[in-house]
Design a protein around this ligand. Structure first.
Ligand code: 5GP
Ligand code: 5GP
Length: 221
């Protein structure tokens, strides 16, 4: 009898220690290159050339419902380019780096993998493949342009941007702004949420902190 009790207790401890580490959902974050560049910090194009005038992936970030998040979960699994060799062409176009100095993107991808991907419970190939597929599924530029919201330097209301994405993609996004060189609020990043098995977009359980003005510039790129 005592033995069974110990076995059950050990199983309980094992199960809770494994599952308590599991995060609650992912943020899938895309950045508008025109806004990354149009700040005091400026930007550098990748060595492979100027990116398309489209949203680019920033990352797929495991998160907890209380707003906190795990990071750098496995120092023993560094980014390994050979695991994503079949995806590099798509990563160059859909996940371009804009940081200076110019580089081919490996720094950005390895940072995202090591900080966030190692906490995702996905292997490297799946982490990048799923992110690329999510970008296809959540076509932000198409959703915005269908609603007449174009990257032309004009100003749009935050509500109209959120409505257009809700309409086109099916889920309410979180919009993050930065400021241009004249201190105008502009559309920098769009956050959508994904369930913790990375299978489906979901409504966000919690939004990040931060606010945009009610009128936001959508700069050209
Ligand atoms: P910043 O402080 O510039 O908003 O964010 C810096 C970095 O912290 C982000 O690029 C991302 O790696 C991480 N980060 C910021 N906010 C969140 C969040 O709400 N969830 C997760 N998972 N990571 C975040
Ligand atoms: P996070 O903010 O995800 O922790 O980290 C972003 C890191 O990736 C920063 O160290 C930043 O310099 C680097 N990085 C490289 N390329 C890009 C880019 O195109 N956009 C952003 N936001 N960060 C980039």
């Amino acid at each position: 009898m005592k033995f069974i009790y110990y076995v059950l207790a050990a199983q309980f401890l094992f199960v809770t220690s494994v599952f308590s580490q599991k995060f609650d959902f992912f943020y899938f974050v895309q950045q508008w290159p025109g806004s990354y560049c149009d700040t005091k910090k400026s930007c550098c194009f990748p060595t492979t050339g100027k990116p398309d005038a489209d949203f680019g992936i920033h990352g797929l970030w495991p998160n907890y419902n209380d707003g906190s998040y795990p990071s750098n979960c496995d120092p023993n699994t560094p980014f390994d380019q050979s695991e994503v060799s079949g995806l590099l062409r798509r990563m160059r176009t859909e996940w371009p780096t804009l940081a200076c100095p110019s580089n081919d993107g490996l720094n950005f991808w390895s940072h995202e993998w090591e900080k966030h991907g190692t906490c995702s419970a996905l292997d490297q190939h799946s982490y990048f493949q799923i992110s690329l597929d999510l970008k296809n599924q959540a076509n932000l530029l198409q959703a915005l342009t269908s609603a007449g919201i174009r990257p032309n330097g004009q100003t749009y209301s935050l509500e109209s941007i959120k409505d257009a994405i809700k309409q086109g993609v099916g889920y309410t996004p979180f919009v993050e702004c930065n400021t241009d060189t004249s201190s105008n609020s502009q559309l920098y990043q769009i956050y959508l949420c994904v369930d913790n098995s990375a299978s489906n977009l979901i409504e966000c359980p919690v939004f990040p902190h931060g606010r945009c003005g009610s009128q936001i510039e959508f700069p050209a790129f």
